[in-house]
Write a protein that binds this ligand. Structure first.
Ligand code: PLP
Length: 232
C-alpha cells in the first residue's frame, strides 16, 4: 500500500517537474507522518524517503527516540516558544517560524545553527499561523540579526479547496514574496542572502500546482499514508 502510494506520488512529482521545466532534484518530498505510526515511517524510509515532517513536539520526540533509521526531520507545525528548546538543533529544518518571541526562544539554544523557514500567512485565514506578507521583510531583518538562526526560505499554505487550481494564485504570491525577500536580503544582509533557497508549499491536495509555481519542498501526508485518524 505504502509502496504503491509512494510510486504514484513520485510519478506525479516527476510529471509536474516536466510540465514546469524543472529537474526532479529541485524538489524534495517531505513525508508528513504526524498521527501515523513509526512502522509506517520505517517502511517509507526503507523505500528511500529521507525527509519526514511532524507537527507535534511530544509525538515527534517519541518517534525520533524510537526510530533507528537516520532521517531528516522537519518540524512543520505551530511551535510554542516554551517548546522551542526541544526542537532547535534537533531537526533539520523548522518550517513554522512566525513571531519574534519564538525567534528569541530558538536563538537561546545557540550551540548549533538553527535552520528555519519563515512562515507567511498567504491565505489570510486567522486560524493559520504566519507573518503577514507585508511584514515579511521586517521580520526577516529581525531573524537575520541573530547569528544562531539561518533563514533558508519561506513556508506557506493555501486555503483548503477541492480544486487544486484554486491554490495557484496563493503559491504564486508566496514565490513572489520569496523573490522580494531575496532582493531585500541582497541589499540589507548580502552575506546571508545565499542562505535563502527554499520555498515550502504544497500538500496532498495541491503539491503539483505548488511544484509548477516553484516549490522546493513539498509536505505530503495523506497521499502517502492515507487519511489521518486523530483519535487513534
Ligand atoms: C498535516 C500537514 C501537511 C500534510 O497534509 P496532507 O494534506 O495530509 O498532505 C502539510 N503541511 C502542514 C503544515 C501540515 O500540518
Amino acid at each position: 500500500m505504502l509502496k504503491s502510494r509512494l510510486e504514484e506520488v513520485e510519478a506525479r512529482i516527476v510529471a509536474a517537474c516536466e510540465r514546469a521545466g524543472r529537474r526532479r532534484d529541485e524538489v524534495t518530498l517531505i513525508a508528513v507522518s504526524k498521527t501515523h505510526p513509526i512502522e509506517a515511517i520505517e517502511a517509507l524510509a526503507e523505500l528511500g524517503v529521507r525527509d519526514f515532517g511532524e507537527s507535534y513536539v511530544q509525538e515527534w520526540q517519541e518517534k525520533a527516540a524510537e526510530l533507528e533509521e537516520s532521517v531528516r526531520w522537519h518540524f512543520i507545525g505551530g511551535l510554542q516558544s516554551n517548546k522551542a528548546r526541544f526542537v532547535a538543533g534537533e531537526v533539520a529544518l523548522i518550517h513554522s517560524v512566525d513571531r519574534k518571541s519564538l525567534v528569541k526562544a530558538l536563538a537561546r539554544r545557540s550551540d548549533s545553527t538553527v535552520d528555519v523557514l519563515l512562515q507567511v500567512n498567504i491565505s489570510g485565514e486567522e486560524s493559520k499561523g504566519g507573518v503577514e506578507p507585508a511584514d515579511l521583510n521586517d521580520f526577516y531583518a529581525n531573524v537575520v540579526a541573530r547569528p544562531e538562526l539561518r533563514v533558508r526560505g519561506v513556508m506557506g499554505m493555501a486555503p483548503y479547496a477541492d480544486d487544486p487550481e484554486e491554490a495557484r494564485p496563493y503559491f504564486r504570491r508566496l514565490r513572489e514574496l520569496f523573490e522580494g525577500l531575496v532582493a531585500y536580503a541582497q541589499e540589507h544582509a548580502p552575506e546571508r542572502a545565499g542562505d535563502l533557497r527554499e520555498i515550502s508549499m504544497g500538500m496532498s491536495g495541491d503539491f503539483e500546482v505548488a511544484i509548477e509555481e516553484g516549490a522546493t519542498l513539498i509536505r505530503v501526508g495523506s497521499a502517502l499514508f492515507g487519511e489521518r485518524n486523530y483519535d487513534a
